[in-house]
Design a protein around this ligand. Structure first.
Ligand SMILES: *[C@@H]1O[C@H](CO)[C@@H](O)[C@H](O)[C@H]1NC(C)=O
Ligand SMILES: *[C@@H]1O[C@H](CO)[C@@H](O)[C@H](O)[C@H]1NC(C)=O
Ligand SMILES: *[C@@H]1O[C@H](CO)[C@@H](O)[C@H](O)[C@H]1NC(C)=O
Ligand SMILES: *[C@@H]1O[C@H](CO)[C@@H](O)[C@H](O)[C@H]1NC(C)=O
Ligand SMILES: *[C@@H]1O[C@H](CO)[C@@H](O)[C@H](O)[C@H]1NC(C)=O
Ligand SMILES: *[C@@H]1O[C@H](CO)[C@@H](O)[C@H](O)[C@H]1NC(C)=O
Length: 420
C-alpha cells in the first residue's frame, strides 16, 4: 500500500515537472522505506500489522515486552507558541525532538512557496512531508539528507535547520564538545562548538530514545496527517496547537516585519492599504477551522490520537496543561520537564496561591496583542475569523475600550478534552 502510494506520488511529481533533483532523489531513494514483512523473523505472535523492523528489534532484546514508541506531532502555525510546546518534549530525557525538519522539504522543493502556492504545489509538499515524517519517526535520518542542501557528504552536515534546538543533537554522544558538568549545550553554543552533525550518531541517538517528537508549522491541517495517523506501524499522537488569530497576527507583524509590513502600515496610519494580502490571515483561520471541524467531528481514525491545545491555556496554567498533555500522549513525565517549566515560568513553589507567579506574565503576554493592534484591525479579524473565534472560545470585542481593558479577559473557560 505504501509503495503504490509512493508510485502515485512519483507520477504526480514527474507530471508537473518539479525540480530534476527532487525527482532524482525520489527515484533513487523512495522505496527503501517499505519493509518487507518477514513472518519467519517475527514469530513471537505479535500483531502482524506492526512494523516488522521494530518488532524484530524488540523481540530480540525484550522478548515479549512490546512497549511501543510514541510518535508525537505538534501541529502548529507560526507565532502560535509552538517553540514553547516543543520544549515540553525536548526537555524530556526519553524523547528525541526535532524542530521543523519539514523546513528542508519546503526549501528543496518549493523555495519560493508563498501562501498562494497552487493546490498542486501544496499536494507535492504534503506528500513529501508525510514521507519524511514517516522516515524520521522510524529514526531514518539518512532519508532527510535528500533534502538538505548542499547534500551531506559521508553523512555529515552543518546545514541541519536549527540543529541547536534539539537537546539530543547538542549532547553526548552526538556532540562531544561538552564541559564536564554540561548536560547539553544551548542553541548558540551547540552550533558553535559541536562541529558538523554526524547523521549516523544522530540516528543512533534517536533509536536510543523511547519516543520521537516533531514540531511543524508546515502542515496545514489535521486531515493532511490522516495517512500517518492510520499507519499501523506508527503510534501517532497529534497535538494541535491553536492561538487567538488576533494574537497570531499581532505577533507576526512584529516578527516578520517585511512580510507583514502592510498590516503595520494599516495600524500606523489607520488606513487599510488597498493591496493588503488578507490571505495571510484567512489561511490561518481556514486551516484552524478545517482542523477543528475534523477534530470536533470525532472521526474514528482520530480516536485517542488528537488533542486540541489553546496556547492561552498553556500560558495561564503551564503545569496543569503539561500534565494533561503527557497524560494524553501516554508518556510518563520526567523531572527535567518540570524543572524546565518552573525555570522558564519562574514558578515559585513556596506559596500555593502564587505557585507559578510569572505565569501571570506569560498569560499577559498571550493577550498583549490587545495593546498593539488597532481596533480596526481587530474588527476586521473578528469578521474574517468569526467562526474560529466562536469555536475556540475567544470572545470578540465591540469597542476599543473593551479591547484595551485587560481586566476583562477574552478567553472563555473551555475544556477541550482529548478525544479518547
Ligand atoms: C530473517 O530474514 C533474513 C532476510 O531478511 C534471513 O536471511 C534470515 O534467515 C531470517 N531469519 C530467520 C530466523 O528466519
Ligand atoms: C518493558 O520495558 C519497560 C521499559 O523499557 C520496563 O520498564 C519494563 O519493566 C519491561 N517489562 C518487562 C515485562 O520486561
Ligand atoms: C568521505 O569518506 C571517504 C572514505 O572514508 C573519504 O575518502 C573522503 O575523503 C570523505 N569525504 C569528505 C569530503 O570528507
Ligand atoms: C560518524 O559516526 C559514526 C559512528 O560512530 C562513525 O563510524 C563515522 O566515522 C562518523 N563519521 C564521521 C565523518 O566522522
Ligand atoms: C535555569 O535557567 C538558568 C538561566 O538560563 C540556567 O542557568 C539553569 O541551568 C536553569 N536550571 C534548570 C534546572 O534548568
Ligand atoms: C473593564 O472591565 C471590567 C470587567 O469587565 C469592568 O468591571 C470595568 O468597568 C471595565 N473598565 C472600563 C474602564 O471599562
Amino acid at each position: 500500500m505504501q509503495c503504490s502510494w509512493k508510485a502515485v506520488f512519483l507520477l504526480a511529481l514527474a507530471s508537473i515537472a518539479i525540480q530534476y533533483t527532487a525527482i532524482r532523489t525520489f527515484t533513487t531513494k523512495s522505496f527503501h522505506m517499505c519493509p518487507i514483512p518477514n513472518p519467519a523473523n517475527c514469530s513471537h505472535g505479535q500483531e502482524p500489522t506492526d512494523s516488522p523492523d521494530r518488532l524484530c528489534d524488540e523481540s530480540q532484546s525484550l522478548n515479549s515486552n512490546l512497549s511501543r514508541k510514541t510518535h508525537i506531532l505538534i501541529l502548529a502555525t507560526t507565532r502560535s507558541g509552538s517553540s514553547f510546546v516543543g520544549q515540553l518534549f525536548n526537555q524530556h530525557s526519553d524523547v528525541f525532538y526535532l524542530f521543523e525538519p519539514l523546513y528542508h522539504v519546503q526549501f528543496a522543493l518549493l523555495p519560493k512557496m508563498t501562501q498562494n502556492s497552487s493546490p498542486t504545489d501544496r499536494r507535492v509538499m504534503l506528500g513529501a512531508s508525510r514521507d519524511l515524517l514517516r522516515s524520521l519517526y522510524d529514526c531514518d535520518l539518512y532519508f532527510m539528507e535528500n533534502y538538505i542542501k548542499p547534500q551531506p557528504i559521508n553523512h555529515t552536515t552543518d546545514k541541519l535547520f536549527r540543529r541547536g534546538t534539539s537537546k539530543a543533537l547538542c549532547s553526548l554522544p552526538v556532540c562531544n564538545a561538552l564541559a564536564p558538568n554540561d548536560m547539553y549545550l544551548e542553541e548558540g553554543d551547540c552550533v558553535k562548538k559541536c562541529g558538523s552533525l554526524n547523521m549516523t550518531l544522530a540516528m543512533e541517538a534517536c533509536k536510543d530514545h523511547g519516543h520521537v517528537a516533531i514540531k511543524t508549522v508546515r502542515v496545514p491541517e489535521v486531515n493532511d496527517l490522516r495517512a500517518l495517523v492510520e499507519d499501523p506501524r506508527l503510534n501517532m499522537k497529534v497535538i494541535q496547537l491553536v492561538r487567538d488569530p488576533r494574537g497570531i497576527l499581532a505577533s507576526r507583524s512584529e516578527t516578520f516585519r517585511d512580510t507583514y509590513r502592510l498590516w503595520r502600515i494599516w495600524r500606523a496610519t489607520g488606513r487599510r492599504p488597498f493591496n493588503l494580502d488578507t490571505t495571510q490571515l484567512t489561511t490561518v483561520c481556514e486551516d484552524f477551522l478545517n482542523s477543528i471541524s475534523t477534530g470536533f467531528g470525532r472521526p474514528s481514525w482520530l480516536k485517542g490520537r488528537y488533542m486540541l491545545l489553546r496556547y492561552e491555556d498553556l500560558a495561564r496554567n503551564p503545569m496543569k496543561k503539561m500534565e494533561e498533555i503527557y497524560n494524553f500522549v501516554g508518556v510518563p513525565l520526567d523531572s527535567s520537564v518540570e524543572r524546565w517549566i518552573q525555570n522558564n515560568t519562574r514558578g515559585d513553589q513556596s506559596s500555593a496561591k502564587h505557585k507559578y507567579g510569572t505565569v501571570r506574565n506569560s498569560a499577559a503576554t498571550a493577550e498583549s496583542w490587545r495593546l498593539t493592534l488597532s481596533y480596526d484591525i481587530v474588527e476586521f479579524t473578528q469578521n474574517t475569523c468569526r467562526e474560529v473565534l466562536i469555536q475556540l472560545g475567544y470572545k470578540t470585542v465591540g469597542s476599543s475600550q473593551e479591547l484595551r481593558n485587560l481586566s476583562y479577559s477574552l478567553i472563555e473557560d473551555k475544556n477541550f478534552a482529548p478525544f479518547l
